[in-house]
Design a protein around this ligand. Sequence first.
Ligand code: PGA
Length: 261
Amino acid sequence: MAEVVIVEHEEAAGRLVADAIVALIRSKPDAVLGLATGSTPLATYRSLASRIAEESIDVRGVRGFALDEYVGLPAGHPESYRAVITREVVEPLGLTPELVRVPNGDPASIEHAGADYEAALVAAGGVDLQILGIGRTGHIGFNEPGSSLASLTRVKTLTEPTRADNARFFDAPEDVPMHCITQGIGTILRARHLVLLAFGEAKAHAVAAAVEGPVTASQPGSAIQLHPHTTVVIDEAAASELENLAYYRHAWANKPNWQGI
Ligand code: PGA
C-alpha cells in the first residue's frame, strides 16, 4: 500500500517533500531527481530552493530527469517543459544545467528520442526520487488512460481534457500540442521512491482511483500500487473521495520517528 499523508495545504506538502529531497541529497550528493512539471510540484520546488539557500547545500552534482515534454514546440518556447524546468527548477535550485535532462520533443529526432532517454536514465543509474502529479484523467507523466503499465518513454497523443487543462499556459487552446513524449509507466515504476502530490477537489477522483481502485491501465495512477515505496501527499480536498482515510491518518500519526517518508 502507498503511504498516504494528508496535509493542511500545498506549502506543508512542499516542506515535507523538500525534507525528503534534502535528506537524499545529503546522503547522495549526485542523487537523481525525477522532475514533474505543472502547478502541483511548485510548492516543493519553492521550499527546496529556500532550504538549499539557507543551509548552503551543495547541489552541483545533483542530476535530474523530467517526466515529459511536448512534441513540436519551437526550441525556447516558454511553455516547453525544457523552459519550464529551467525556470522553475534548475535556476531557483542552482542545479547544473548540463545534468538535468528533458525528453527531446524535436520532431526531427522523435523516432529515437524515447530510446535515447531510456538509455540516459539507465546510464545515470535510475531515478532516486520521482516527483509525480496526477491529471484529472488519472495520468501520471503524460500516460493517458489506456497506457500500458509496462510502457517506456515514447510519443503519446494527449487527451482533449488534458489539452483543455493545459490551455491556461498557452495563448489559445488550439496552441496546446497534440503530442507529447513521456516516460512510460514502466519507466516511472523503476524509480526507487515515488512521491505523488495532488491538491484540490478536481483531483479527488483520480487520487481515489490511484490509491484504492483496481490496478488498471484505465487509471494510470493506479500503477503506484505496484511500487514498493510510494508516498502520496495530498490536501483534504484531494483526499475527499478516499475510503480508508481514518487508517491513513492513524498510520501517519503513529509513524516511527526514525522513518522518513
Ligand atoms: P497540474 O498537472 O499539476 O498542473 O495539476 C498535473 C498533471 O497533469 O500531472
